[in-house]
Design a protein around this ligand. Sequence first.
Ligand SMILES: Cc1ncc(COP(=O)(O)O)c(C=O)c1O
Length: 432
Amino acid sequence: MTMRNSASLEATYLARTPNSAAFEARGLASLPITSSRGISFHPPYPVTIDHAKGPFLHDIDGNRYIDLGSNFFSMIHGYAYQPITDAVTAQLARGSVWSANNAPQVDLAEQIVARVPSIEKVLFNNSGTEAFNLALNICRGATGRYKFLMAEGGYHGSMFDPSLGSKGLPGPSHFVAPYGTDAFVAAIRAHGSHLAGVFVEGIMGSGAFAQAEPGFFDKVKQACAEVGTVFVLDEVISLRVAEGGYQSLAGITPDLTMMGKIIGGGFPIGGVGGRKDLMDLTNPSTGHVLASGTFSGNPLSMVAGGLSVRHLTQAKIDQIGAWATRIEAAIVAKCAAIGLKVWTRRVGSLVAWFFHDPGPGVVYGGTRPDLAMVKRHQLAMLVSGLFPTPRAALATSTAMSDALVDEIIERIGASFDALLADPATETALART
Ligand SMILES: Cc1ncc(COP(=O)(O)O)c(C=O)c1O
């Protein structure tokens, strides 16, 4: 592999985004982190986005980016999707929240119950993190136990530090075990008498879309039943891969399902659904588990979520899966052509790539051996007019088109060229 001489990625990025640089400096005077979430920070600074429409983001320097991050896999119909913009605008004029029922909430609940076989009842709040909180409280209410088990490198929101697991430091309230393994199943039996619930993702988000072997979830369910604990499947990301979520593809029947992201149509959302007897614990006339939240079930999120789910037909899911398949193949072909080793994973509309062989297992973002390369490629994509996630992962959306996917493929090719043209890449590759 030969490196070409060229301006460094940093220099190109700085030259393209002076207004973002200045605004970042201004922002840091009053904010500890301008992107509001640690994972979105990257050196030298993240761009400041001015507006977003369809599959495009526009920064305050006038650069256009094709969105490949989907706001961490949530904007499945793109930005400012007209049906949602119109309906939410109409709802805004009728009030944004009140502490009583609203029709859009019932509509969204009915759609989810109709689509996801294991869900008999569902309750909404404002984020996947809140969904975790509610699910855990239901588990505690159902079992009278306090602790939970999760997978190493798993992520169920920011309520507790998930990286404790990957550092081998169980927190006060949870145990960790390796995803997709018999050791995970054994941990359920070993800790059973303490376990309120077992939380696991169908597709590991922060684990770079690792999938457990068929049969793993049957074993988890069996072990949960044996020790009398609640099996919670986190579908906050994976609900996008089929109308009935990943569980409908993989034949999983959890007791509870955590949801978020796409069921909010771009507005704050979280949801927990599942067995009627468990969900009814949150009804004050039949149960003792508190479900609350000043903005939970607000009609803006419900209206937007209702349209997001209704418009996500199986045909559209298949279409965005086909686009993701083309993009994955193009990544492989481009890297083969330029002599850069790459490995990929794809599940439906989700694609991840690696500069090292990840094998079948979990790759946790913060500790992956190719992190330096991933970070350099993020900059290379930004200077090539693409807006990726920070972890060498992308999602397609229904706002794309065949022609746009052609452009994405061309720009991804350019991003790999820009990556190799930067002399610093050699050092990053050597560290991988
Ligand atoms: C699998 C999974 N669970 C839970 C969450 C938390 O969702 P939120 O960011 O809406 O709090 C996320 C967020 O990325 C996630 O990927």
